[in-house]
Write a protein that binds this ligand. Structure first.
Ligand SMILES: [Fe+2]
Ligand SMILES: [Fe+2]
Length: 289
């Protein structure tokens, strides 16, 4: 693993997992601070907006995301405090995390890196779909839609970490898995001793994000193992599959995107899923990195 990372990010401590020692990016200081403020019940929305305003670059990215058609806000948000008051704490936090995590890869170099930009486009779309499904499902025991947005955004973070650390080998392993019809998580375990879902969960914990987020990410390829205790895992798995179907323009796969038991579990019908899919097609076109 001698090669330097492709992306000019700051790295925090490495993840030691099996035979792997993987560098993980550190979240920008402003995101860490905002995360702490959000957890403090004595801190209000305005204070959070003001804290965000202290980092002009992050604020700009947050405003761009908040004003994108994907969020469909009724009004244009003009500055961090305005964003905080319109979005509320949870939604603002999910956008700050999106701006912060993508930002660590440096948007300029990200656009030139096809695999990494494909990864983030898929992640942003999955986040969007998670949020939409959460809004439609009558279940009351799902995570908050904003938290589900973050789970969707970070569900494949382990892939970004592998791409960044062991790029050539990872591309080889993923291509071979696809060619041979082997599940990617199995191929990853075989090659690296750990799969991207497990790495993603560890990154989320290293970033001090909620435990249930890490757990849902750890099981996003086998959600039924945890569905009873963590129903949001089913949302992430369905959103992940739908995001792939939208990106490859393969909506004929809809019955595989959500099996009957997934829909029943979420209290949704095929009609709901088609509405979510139509919305996702529009969102896919609107994604900008
Ligand atoms: Fe995945
Ligand atoms: Fe995915």
């Amino acid at each position: 693993m001698g090669k330097p990372p492709l992306h000019p990010m700051n790295t925090t401590d490495a993840l030691h997992d099996g035979e792997q020692s993987l560098r993980i990016p550190s979240l920008p200081a402003a995101v860490v601070k905002l995360n702490e403020l959000v957890r403090d019940p004595n801190v209000g929305v305005m204070e959070i907006g003001e804290a965000l305003g202290e980092d002009p670059e992050l604020s700009m990215r947050v405003l761009r995301i908040a004003n994108s058609t994907m969020f469909g806000l009724p009004t244009t948000v003009l500055d961090p405090c305005h964003a905080a008051s319109i979005l509320g704490i949870n939604r603002l936090r999910s956008i700050v995390i999106q701006a912060g995590t993508i930002g660590v890869y440096g948007t300029k170099s990200l656009r030139k890196d096809m695999e990494m930009s494909t990864h983030w486009r898929h992640s942003i779309l999955t986040a969007h779909i998670c949020r939409t499904i959460a809004g439609k499902s009558p279940r009351t025991d799902l995570m908050d839609p904003a938290e589900l947005h973050t789970a969707g955004l970070l569900h494949d973070m382990g892939r970004a970490i592998l791409l960044d650390n062991v790029r050539e080998k990872y591309l080889e392993v993923s291509a071979a898995a696809k060619r041979d019809g082997v599940p990617l998580t199995e191929a990853e375990r075989e090659a690296f001793g750990v799969n991207h879902a497990q790495i993603g969960a560890k990154v989320v914990l290293a970033w001090d994000l909620p435990r249930n987020l890490a757990q849902a990410i750890a099981f996003h390829h086998e959600p039924w193992r945890v569905a009873k205790a963590l129903p949001s895992a089913i949302v992430i798995a369905v959103a992940d599959r739908l995001a792939h179907a939208v990106a490859t323009n393969d909506l004929a796969r809809m019955p595989q995107v959500a099996e009957r038991r997934d829909l029943r579990f979420l209290g949704l019908g095929m009609g709901h899923l088609l509405t979510v899919a139509t919305n996702a097609i529009l969102a896919w076109k609107a994604i900008e990195l």
